[in-house]
Design a protein around this ligand. Structure first.
Ligand code: ANZ
Ligand code: ZN
Length: 826
């Protein structure tokens, strides 16, 4: 049974929005701007509750800001390249382009059904040439600047499918498709030099005050700055040297061995020098195989082997064994570590396991930090067994030891970042073709700008075997060299889809520009985005890539702002039965079914009401019912009120409706609600508490009686105000009822109500107003009203005015909190 005809109402209101083009960005140069952006979705086929939540938050904010007088940019689009489309092609024989188009059409329908106020004339779809040509254009600009480069890296390879796999396609070490083991293979990849920006990206994090603290910390950790030294150990009996990276140069005298990563390139030169070459090589093969097949699992047991080679300590000249260790990461630091088992936990464990010596060089300060010798001591202290450095505090010793190494040419101060350059090559079809041509004579040649876009061909075969279909598409890869016109081959890799999403917010500022990716003027007007809203799962990659892109584009002169997003809201997850709603868990609530049963307003209201936007939202059928009943009650009340005709309040609900003293508390409640809802929205988008206050206001209004003519004006004002305040959250019903109360305009175009201070004064006391000592009126007024205000109020009163006709006021006697006596003469 339906509590109110939401279906009819929502259809009619949406039709009106469409007719009046209500959501289009207007050219209003005099207004302040507000760019409200929700993360655009991947067109997977259907929207889920996570989308509903994300977009309900964004829509409420966009509508609120518009009523607050901002010129609001609120666009939507599609992150539409990516693997699922290709899988659909392989599994179901449907072309990725068709699959994507169909999904977009359906999801757009779903978003419209929710009444989201997007300006669809600005829609951006990343898989269209009009968008991805600019990906290619940016790539060329980056290439020119040395920000895009090609190098060899290790990639996942499936021997049975003969293709490279993305990390997400490797499931517990096995190919997701054929379940055979995946190995690492060196292959050439295109990279973007994000590490050039590591320090800048790190330095700006404290300025991101509108971002959640936890996201700032995650970004900081991801960039992972470490300060220390690079120290050189020469290899015994060879001219080779091994550099280690350490954050603890103060422990240099405690080094008892050196450990190198099993895939370190120098091993090729080193191993032939070893007498234990064969055992070592078989150990390396074993470790590498294990590493390739046990991806994403917890680091297991530390394992190593003595190479039989020795290195020479740069200060003591001691000869130390060189080990290979599975815990040394080839791609971090130098891929070689100095082993200090007395002061590093991993080294300690390793030394214990293989019987390597442990030498203490840091003594804990006497008073605190007692230390058990069977554990590594990692705290502060003074140096011992460290030659000339004995007695120094370890912090001081760091600098002194580095200086000594620098004088001897054996080391340098060094800053290292965990952040790696961003590998953007994907051996897939459904992505942006990388605009590069390989010529036998000229080498790597960028596609000339005038030949962009390099169009992704449609007629390719999806076999699921042998890598990207582009590699088999002769009409695509056969081309001529732009330099020498000789036959040449196109790059067949496409770009990581994170490339697409790293600048789409810029394209929204100028989406139909065919001459540039966006104009500088548009970017200057809108960037940074004022409020970005999306899932915390993008806290690192997407946000860091976007920050990098914006900085790189600033250095190339395209934007002024170094940062893309001024404020970020990471909405919580939608949980059901205590766990994340997901297809794999089979606990999905389908938004379409909910909308059918309760209407879009209830679905929106529920998701906003049931939790603060940044916290997880536990699915609760009762709470959905609760939101529905609230709207049903509001509908009944306003319907009833509308049967009692009276002129609508003068200024859309904020008019100075005359009220009796009996209605004062209701008037105060109305204005307190305005004040508090506004405050909630301004402080951290607390939409849940804002809605709770609106529910309270509806209760308070329920005490009024529209049949009493004297109550009617304030009741109308109250309900009108409630509709204005509710409209960002439940826009359809609000609009419909606003019309029932005789208001013709769109709520979106109304100014947000303003709380009036004097209307909120609740505690009023009777003031006796006398004329020449005779009681003429009693006025309900605030106890602390001052003399002149009291006089003004008295003179406004009709009964007083009547008695003052033809009289002259001589003086007034004022007793605070009690009375005013007007002394008059004819
Ligand atoms: C000697 C030492 C002594 C270290 C000590 C620590 C404590 P963060 O802070 O993460 O940068 N390390 C360096 N490169 C490595 C690699 N490729 N794989 C694994 N471990 C590596 O860590 C830096 C420390 O991690 C370095 O400082 C090094 O161990 C190790 F009492 O050097 B240390
Ligand atoms: Zn050439």
């Amino acid at each position: 049974s339906s509590l109110y005809p939401f279906d009819e109402i929502e259809t009619a209101v949406q039709k009106r929005w469409k007719q009046e083009n209500a959501f289009a960005l207007r050219d209003q140069p005099s207004k302040k701007t507000f760019y409200c952006l929700e993360m655009f979705p991947y067109p997977s086929g259907r929207i889920h509750m996570g989308h509903v939540r994300n977009y309900s938050i964004g829509d409420a904010l966009a509508r609120y800001k518009r009523m607050r007088g901002f010129n609001v940019l609120h666009p939507m689009g599609w992150d539409s390249f990516g693997l699922p489309a290709e899988n659909a092609a392989i599994q179901r024989g449907i072309h990725p382009a068709v699959w994507t188009e169909q999904n977009i059409a359906h999801m757009k329908e779903q978003l419209s059904r929710l009444g989201l106020s997007y300006d669809w004339s600005r829609e951006v779809t990343t898989c269209l040439p009009e968008y991805y040509r600019w990906n290619q254009w940016f790539f060329l600009k980056f290439y020119e600047k040395g920000l895009a480069y090609k190098k060899e890296g290790l990639l996942n390879w499936c021997d049975s499918c003969l293709t490279v796999l993305a990390n997400e396609q490797v499931e517990e070490g096995l190919c997701w498709r054929c379940k055979s083991p995946v190995t690492l293979r060196p292959m050439e990849q295109w990279y973007l030099r994000i590490t050039d920006y590591a320090q800048e990206l790190l330095d700006a994090i404290p300025d991101l005050q509108g971002w959640p603290e936890k996201v700032r910390v995650m970004q900081e950790n991801w960039i992972g700055k470490s300060e220390g030294a690079e120290i050189r150990f020469s290899v015994e009996g060879s001219s080779l040297e091994l550099s280690v990276f350490t954050t603890r140069p103060d422990t240099l005298f405690g080094v008892t061995f050196v450990t190198i990563a099993p895939e370190h390139p120098l091993l090729e030169e080193l191993l032939p020098l070893s007498r234990q070459r064969e055992e070592t090589e078989s150990f390396i093969r074993k470790v590498l195989h294990k590493r390739a097949t046990e991806r994403n699992t917890e680091p297991g047991e530390k394992e190593g082997i003595d190479t039989g080679l020795r290195v020479i300590h740069p200060l003591t000249g001691d000869h130390l064994p060189l080990w290979i260790g599975n815990f040394v990461v080839a791609s971090y630091g130098t891929g070689v570590v100095m082993g200090v088992p007395a002061h590093d936990e991993r080294d300690h464990e390793f030394a214990r396991k293989y019987g390597l010596p442990i030498k203490e060089v840091i003594a804990p300060s006497v008073a605190h930090e007692p230390h058990a010798p069977e554990m590594a001591y990692t705290g502060p202290g003074r140096l011992i067994h460290s030659g000339a450095f004995n007695g120094l505090s370890n912090e001081l010793a760091k600098g002194k030891i580095i200086s000594e190494l620098e004088t001897r040419g054996k080391g340098v101060r060094k800053v290292t970042y965990r952040l790696r350059d961003w590998g953007i090559s994907r051996q897939r079809y459904w992505g942006t073709p990388i605009p590069i041509i390989y010529c036998e004579t000229c080498g790597t040649v960028p596609v000339p700008e005038s030949e962009l876009p390099v169009i992704l061909p449609r007629d390719v075969a999806f076999t699921g075997k042998g890598g990207s279909p582009l590699r088999d598409s002769e009409s695509f890869f056969r081309t001529t060299c732009p330099n020498c016109q000789a036959p040449a081959r196109r790059e067949t890799d496409t770009m990581d889809t994170f490339f697409d999403s790293s600048w789409y917010f810029l394209r929204f500022t100028d989406p139909s520009n065919t001459a540039e990716p966006f104009s500088k003027i548009a970017a200057r007007q809108w960037i940074p985005v004022d409020q970005y809203i999306g899932g915390v799962e993008h806290a690192i990659l997407h946000l860091l890539y976007s920050r990098f892109f914006t900085r790189a584009l600033k250095d190339l002169g395209f934007v002024d702002s170094p940062e893309p997003f001024r404020a970020l809201l990471t909405q919580g997850m939608v949980l059901k039965d205590g766990s994340k709603m997901s297809k794999s868990k089979g606990n999905v609530v389908d938004p379409d079914q909910l909308i059918e049963r309760y209407g879009a307003d209830t679905v929106r209201l529920f998701t906003l009401f049931s939790a603060p936007p940044d916290k997880d939202l536990a699915w609760d059928d009762k709470a959905v019912e609760g939101a529905y009943r609230f709207l049903g009650r509001l509908y009944q009340r306003v319907l009833e009120l509308s049967r009692f005709p009276s002129p609508p309040p003068s200024s859309g609900g904020t008019g100075k409706t005359p009220v009796s003293s009996a209605q004062k508390p209701l008037l105060a409640k109305i204005h307190e609600t305005i004040r508090d809802v506004t405050f909630d929205l301004e402080s951290n988008n607390q939409m849940n508490t804002a809605i709770a206050r609106l529910m309270e206001l509806l209760n308070a209004l329920g005490n009024g009686n529209p049949e009493k003519a004297e109550e009617l004006p304030l009741l109308r004002e109250g309900y009108t105000t409630l509709l204005l305040l509710l409209s960002p959250f439940a826009p359809h019903l609000s609009q419909h009822l606003y019309g029932l109360l005789g208001q013709e305009g769109l709520l979106l175009d109304q100014p947000w109500p303003e709380a009036r201070e004097e209307a909120m004064i609740r505690d009023e006391i009777p003031y006796v107003i006398q004329i020449n000592g005779k009681l003429r009126a009693t006025l309900m007024l605030p106890p602390d009203i001052d003399r002149s205000e009291l006089l003004k109020k008295a003179l406004e009163d009709e009964r007083i005015q009547r008695n003052l006709v033809d009289m002259k006021l001589q003086k007034e006697i004022y007793v605070p909190g009690k009375l005013l006596n007007l002394v008059v003469v004819p």
